[in-house]
Design a protein around this ligand. Sequence first.
Ligand SMILES: [Zn+2]
Length: 214
Amino acid sequence: MKKIDMLEIDDCKLFDDIINAKNALNIHKDEVKSQYKHYQDNFASLEKVKADQNLETIKDELINCYENPTNPFKFAKNTLWDKFKEQRDDDKCPYCMIENARELDHYFSKTNYPEYSVFIPNPMPCCSICNREKGDRIIKNNQRQYINFYHDNIPDYQFLFVEFTWASDGIPESKVYLMFPKTDTSEIKNTNANAHRSIRLWIFCLSIGQLKCR
Ligand SMILES: [Zn+2]
């Protein structure tokens, strides 16, 4: 046994700080709810969703609601997973359909949109590779860079094609492209740029999967 040094800290101040952090959330709760409404109002065009810069002051507290969840959020998260597993025959990641979904990816990142940290339409099941590789920058040139699997309609026919060719030095090259029938009216067709980074994510996972098989 060995004695250890106790941390010397002003415990009353610490308790005040803890309460103040919780109060900060309480003070700004209407702004957060207004951001929830902003998201719902723009559900059909998520590229219009903008973060509320005023909430930057309570960013850590908002993210902490996710990182250190209270029981109501734990329950909501468990229900989200139950529903995900219920509606699928497998639990494959919706981005790559290769790895199993074991994590929640914040479509709008916690860093850039902390108000959506515990907003249930935002975190979606995915695999650890896609979660790690997906960038924080969702919107570029007013266009979304990733498919939103709650919102975007994904065609149920093949629209993604890969062509392999062999260069003269024998090294294989691949070309990935999207092709839609003229009659297709789904959003994904009209927003190819949106799909683009999702497709790259898929290719990345595919390459990792191939490496694993070797
Ligand atoms: Zn994945």
